[in-house]
Design a protein around this ligand. Structure first.
Ligand code: GRF
Length: 200
């Protein structure tokens, strides 16, 4: 299974996928890594010899056009083209993928979100959970649909919130569950053990 990973930040989830796919027995390979910015995490791809590209929204005159350029860059690496069903993994991409992009890849298009959806959607999930006084939160891997953090949930894992912990501390504890959960979810999809709702 050929995978494209999309990031915007440090890419620790990407790194976990790179480490997992380094095992020749892992049933998937990362064909490319894309970002909307010069994300520090792109360095993980470069160090692993994985093609990495930046597609800047400001270089396109609309969100939809940006999505088309991003989709083309992914398809250039044979993800989701020809006989390959492919899989696009959004792991810390801090941008909404436009409807045309979603239609091109969904349901073989998943996202990881640092909350127990449907609770705390959006770009500040960890901060929002703390602000709401949540005693328990976690991480969700879901199919991306045309909404924001609204697609079918695939896997979730929960953590208890510790009194007084900071957003950064809680987010890192969430990531400790998130990284293996994402790797396992990708493995199960690659092996056909986890069906993607609506997969053709
Ligand atoms: C992850 O927790 C992801 O759920 C959220 O952004 C974070 C990215 O972390 N959307 P990293 O860049 O993989 O370390």
């Amino acid at each position: 299974l050929k995978i494209a990973v999309l990031i915007s930040g440090g890419g620790s989830n990407l790194k976990a996928l790179i480490d997992a796919t380094a095992d020749p027995d892992f049933p998937a390979e990362i064909a490319c890594v894309g970002s909307d910015t010069d994300a520090p995490g792109l360095e993980h791809a470069r160090a692993a010899g994985i093609p990495a590209f930046v597609v800047r929204p400001r270089d396109s005159d609309s969100r939809e056009a940006w999505g088309e350029v991003l989709a083309a860059a992914i398809q250039e690496h044979h993800v989701g083209t020809g006989p390959h069903p492919g899989l696009v993994v959004s792991a810390g991409l801090m941008r909404i993928l436009p409807p045309g992009f979603v239609r091109a890849f969904s349901p073989r298009l998943i996202n990881t979100h640092p909350a127990l959806l449907p609770a705390f959607p959006g770009a500040h999930a960890v901060r929002d959970a703390l602000a709401a006084g949540a005693e328990r939160t976690g991480v969700t891997v879901h199919v991306i649909d045309e909404g924001v953090d609204t697609g079918p949930v695939l896997r979730q894992a929960a953590v208890d919130v510790r009194p007084g912990e900071t957003e950064a501390e809680l987010h890192e504890r969430i990531k400790q569950l998130e990284r293996p959960l994402l790797v396992q979810t990708v493995r199960e999809i690659a092996l056909g053990e986890l069906a993607l709702p609506g997969a053709r």
